[in-house]
Ligand binder design. Structure first.
Ligand code: ADP
Ligand code: ADP
Length: 230
């Protein structure tokens, strides 16, 4: 019998604009590790006009968190079928973290590491207010720091890029406040469990990727079963 493959189950923890989505996509593209972005999933519900999307939209537009029971239903469906993944934007409250621990313990798939992205307030505001994204794929760009080849057009699929309605100055400040009040406590939660690795996420996209790879304990291409691309 062959040895079971090493799994990698990462949480990317950090404030809005820290670069979690950008880095998840880099690792997904290069190593095939599946990104689960609760923000992208919610925005898809909003675009599709589902009941869940209608309910979530009021919270998202205000920069508030969508209630925990909705989020747990969504994450349970995602995690069921896959063994290795990156959680991007989830959990965001201690209640979500506890419920996630229960869910993963029952599935025999515990989190292997939590990467905490450290970025200062001013940098976060500049990143968020200059962000343009592809609403269909979640791929993000920045007008100044990571521009597409043609303004407003995704390099990958040629589709239009948009600015998110919650990336305005006012809503950004609200979201950063909510992060400090409700999500930052997760640093202690995971530190106590010996899972937390902090990286300095002010550096360039390439250097942040290198810092993540330097901190992850398993070889990602082996964990995902997909051959690494350069
Ligand atoms: P998050 O998912 O944590 O909210 P994103 O990955 O969407 O953050 O990044 C927010 C914005 O900052 C995007 O416009 C992105 O292009 C840009 N960005 C991401 N990482 C970096 C980086 N290391 N340096 C400069 N800009 C970055
Ligand atoms: P960012 O990383 O830029 O804050 P996301 O795309 O992760 O943005 O999230 C956008 C919005 O979706 C949040 O402001 C919140 O309203 C909602 N959301 C996403 N993930 C969660 C979650 N785990 N719990 C509650 N609300 C969430």
């Amino acid at each position: 019998m062959s040895a079971p493959r090493l799994a990698v189950r990462l949480i990317f923890l950090g404030p809005p604009g820290a670069g979690k989505g950008t880095q998840s996509k880099v690792l997904e593209d290069r190593f095939g590790v599946f990104q689960i972005s609760t923000g992208d999933l919610l925005r898809k519900h909003v675009v599709d006009g589902t009941e869940l999307g209608k309910e979530a939209k009021t919270y998202m537009d205000a920069g508030a968190l969508v209630p925990d029971p909705i989020m747990m239903g969504m994450i349970g469906q995602q995690i069921g079928a896959i063994d290795s993944f990156i959680l991007d934007g989830f959990p965001r409250t201690v209640a979500q973290a506890e419920a996630l621990d229960d869910l993963l313990a029952r599935a025999g798939k515990p989190i292997t590491q939590v990467i905490q992205f450290g970025v200062n307030h001013d940098t976060l505001v500049r990143r968020l207010t200059g962000r343009w994204s592809n609403p269909r794929t979640g791929r993000v760009y920045h007008v100044e720091f990571n521009p597409p080849k043609v303004h407003g057009i995704d390099d990958e699929d040629g589709g239009p890029l948009m600015q998110r309605t919650d990336d305005t100055r006012d809503v950004v400040e609200k979201r950063l406040q909510i992060y400090a009040e409700q999500t930052a406590a997760l640093k202690d939660y995971y530190r106590r469990r010996g899972l937390l690795q902090r990286i300095d996420a002010h550096a360039s996209i390439e250097d942040v990727t290198a810092a993540i790879l330097g901190n992850v304990n398993v070889i990602l291409s082996e964990a995902s079963g997909v051959e690494a691309k350069p």
